[in-house]
Design a protein around this ligand. Sequence first.
Ligand code: ATP
Ligand code: MG
Length: 391
Amino acid sequence: MSRRGWVNAEIICIGTELLLGHIVNTNASFIASRLAGAGIDHYYQTTVGDNHKRLEAAIKKGLQRSDIVITTGGLGPTVDDITTEVIARSAARKLSRGKPEGAKPLKNPFGTALGFILKVAPEKTIIALPGPPREMQPMVENYVIPYLKKTAKVAKIIKSRSIKLIGLPEASVNNKARDLLRLAGAVTVGIYARLGEVELKIMAKADGESRADIKIKKIETIIRKRLKPYIYGVDDETLEGAAAKLLLKRKKTLACAESCTGGLLSNLLTDIPGSSGFFLEGIICYSDESKVNELNVNKETIRKKGAVSAEAAKEMAVGIRLRAGSHIGVGITGIAGPSGATKTKPVGLVFIALALKNRVIVRQFNFSGLRKEVKSQAARAALNMLRCELL
Ligand code: ATP
Ligand code: MG
């Protein structure tokens, strides 16, 4: 099952509140990420309630198929905390001073419930950790990972890098990265899509960080060659961050006239520290009157073409640019839904215009999704238009 000198781990999270959906199982993802970082294979996660029989079955199953079983939760002193007792029973150990016989205690500086490491057989170990994340996390960092690294003789690590794309549908990204997505072995690539955006995640397993970096770089270069215009960032980088960086770099100021996005674009941009360096003004011009009075949109434009039209978006962008005295003006108008559609104008129809010094760019989008999803996609499409214009 495991390579020589190598171990694999599995995680069992204990707590009925997890099964009821009262709390999100962040412990599983935290431990999983630390195992991956240490290069320790991990093939199973189980969530089980505070129930003796089912917990015992989960622990026994875990010991059969994995070398290390890591549990979280149920270590405290209350009646519903049954983990210690059930681990002792599953491993056929007596309880002595509140721990299974032979267990090595793990200090818990942030709480009262100690964790423990119990070697059940030469290649089978149970590690029990408390449930509260602020107690469990330092124990993983300080004791569990160092212990596992010592046990696992080969120190492979897993590193990942996310390449974030916007403006190209998932199917097209898939086509352009088909060969990469089929990679199996030390480097793999995954594809994840949400609301018109796609993430390509490169994962590399190697002996040490720098070797993993080299493997990742190779694949990243290929991806960049094929999909460059659509890539706005990597890992934690955001689209608003990318747009803001370019505005500052090109020393351009911005003002936004937003109808259907209700200020979302301005909000995203002002989330960026230092946004006062480029953001001058934002107006939510929701009604026709507001568009006319605040931005000088022509009444006739609205009467003939409608407030949701390329022409209205253009006039909004020009209007806000003049009003604020900015280099760039953005105008967004559309139908966020669920009501408001007409025969010719469906929900999700959005026009976004950028007014620049000598010209106005306008694009039409047909987004799908719920009201908030349409708003979000519209604001992000505007950010992407800005990004592309300033590249
Ligand atoms: P305590 O001594 O605090 O009771 P414990 O080890 O008995 O510690 P639990 O009683 O199972 O832990 O859980 C305590 C709290 O820890 C939960 O109410 C929850 O807030 C948090 N918690 C438990 N398990 C998880 C989990 N898998 N993911 C995120 N939070 C968790
Ligand atoms: Mg408890």
